[in-house]
Ligand binder design. Structure first.
Ligand SMILES: [Zn+2]
Length: 72
C-alpha cells in the first residue's frame, strides 16, 4: 500500500536543496562541494580559507552550474 506524497514535500525539498546548495558552495571559488562547508571557515572551502588543498573528488564544477557566468 503506497503512501500518498503531500504537495508540501516537493517545496520543502526544493527549499532544503537550495539551502544546502548555498551552504556547500564556496563563495570564493564557486566550487559546489558534496558536503556542507564548515562554518568555522566562514562559508568558504578550506583551500580558499587557509590554502589546504582539497580533494578534487569532493567538489564538482559542472558545466550546468557554471554556464550562466561563462556565457557572458
Ligand atoms: Zn573555495
Amino acid at each position: 500500500m503506497a503512501r500518498s506524497v503531500r504537495p508540501m514535500t516537493l517545496a520543502k525539498e526544493a527549499a532544503l536543496d537550495a539551502a544546502t546548495a548555498a551552504r556547500s558552495t564556496c563563495p570564493i571559488c564557486r566550487r559546489r562541494y558534496h558536503h556542507v562547508l564548515p562554518l568555522r571557515t566562514i562559508g568558504s572551502c578550506l583551500e580558499c580559507h587557509d590554502g589546504t588543498p582539497v580533494d578534487p573528488a569532493s567538489y564538482s564544477t559542472s558545466a550546468a552550474a557554471g554556464a550562466h557566468w561563462l556565457a557572458a
